[in-house]
Ligand binder design. Structure first.
Ligand code: ASP
Length: 312
């Protein structure tokens, strides 16, 4: 396939559509991911990424983001940052460095400031009201689940020069403790990309995803020539089953992957997981991954599904 791109949740649609336009005109995957994720971060109607997203327990927004270039395995990541308009852009900038490419909170903000990235108050009335409403309810800090409105946008792509890359951006679990960092910015857990094999990324409860290092576990299966769809299904299934042997119940986890030829794989331990794809042969579309006893059924979202979908 000449080009291909995949993203998590319905909220990836506009960004992947923008990526499609870039890639079909022989654009670069780094540029496509930068623009596609920035668009998602800028849109306040997506509750869990960028502007107007999911506050922590103290009512503040703390973002995690990462980018990995599959050609040279370089990556950049930031975690627990505040008031940065486009966290993905800072992660991309950090991926140029051989060392000091993963920065946290004030260190990351200082880097962003020195390098003239845009700062902005990322809270809006909607997310403050959402926080005020939830904070009144009795919730269990030790058992936070991924927000049903979905927490992380992840995108993986292949361009016409066979470059591959992955990017992720999130405000993390709703009502997390200040300073809590999930899987999203952690290489091997929330994302991984090697242009000789493919890319993978995860969304869901970060602590549980990290326990299985889900993204690298998919890539390692693919390196052993396992096909991409069963690599995703087995990674989720084996990890969820391992949880079931422990005292903890697995939180929700979903993964996407793209191989070096542009084929995709997807799996979830939820009932249903929407995602977005585009490639040389198909315009951007929303697909649903339905979990049928750990076997994934994939079908296209119809008008009815789209109009009933109340999340993101
Ligand atoms: N993985 C993210 C985190 O734990 C949240 C999500 O993707 O739902 O911060």
């Amino acid at each position: 396939m000449k080009y291909s791109m995949i993203g998590t949740w319905k909220m990836a649609f506009d960004g992947i559509k923008l990526g499609e336009n870039i890639l079909k005109n022989n654009g670069n995957i780094k540029d496509a991911i930068d623009k596609a994720i920035s668009l998602t971060e800028d849109n306040p109607s997506f509750n869990s990424v960028g502007f107007g997203s999911l506050p922590n327990i103290e009512g503040e927004l703390e973002f995690d983001a990462a980018f990995m270039d599959g050609n040279d395995l370089s990556f950049g990541a930031i975690c627990s940052v505040k008031n940065i308009k486009n966290p993905i852009k800072v992660a991309i900038a950090l991926s140029k460095f051989k060392r000091n490419c993963y920065l946290s909170s004030i260190g990351a903000e200082k880097f962003a400031h020195i390098n003239k990235f845009e700062f902005k108050n990322m809270l809006n009335d909607d997310c403050i009201n959402r926080w005020k409403h939830e904070i009144k309810n009795n919730f269990d800090l030790d058992n936070l689940e991924a927000y049903d409105g979905h927490d992380t946008v992840c995108m993986i792509g292949l361009d016409s020069n066979k470059n591959m890359a992955v990017g992720v951006s999130t405000s993390g679990l709703f009502l997390k403790k200040a300073g809590r960092v999930g899987d999203s910015s952690v290489i091997g857990s929330g994302f991984y990309c090697d242009s000789l094999v493919g890319g993978a990324a995860a969304t869901g409860v970060g602590e549980d995803i990290m326990k299985g290092c889900l993204s690298i576990s998919i890539i390692n299966r693919m390196k052993l020539k396992q096909d991409i769809q069963s690599s995703c299904e087995d990674a989720i299934k084996e990890h969820t089953e391992r949880f079931n042997l422990s005292k903890y119940k697995a939180g929700s986890m979903s993964v996407i992957a793209l191989d070096k030829n542009g084929n995709f794989g997807v799996a979830t331990n939820r009932d249903e997981f929407p995602f977005v794809v585009t490639n040389e042969f198909s315009q951007t579309k929303i697909l649903i991954c339905k979990n049928n006893n750990s076997k994934m059924e994939i079908f296209e979202a119809d008008e009815k599904w789209i109009s009933n979908y109340k999340y993101d």
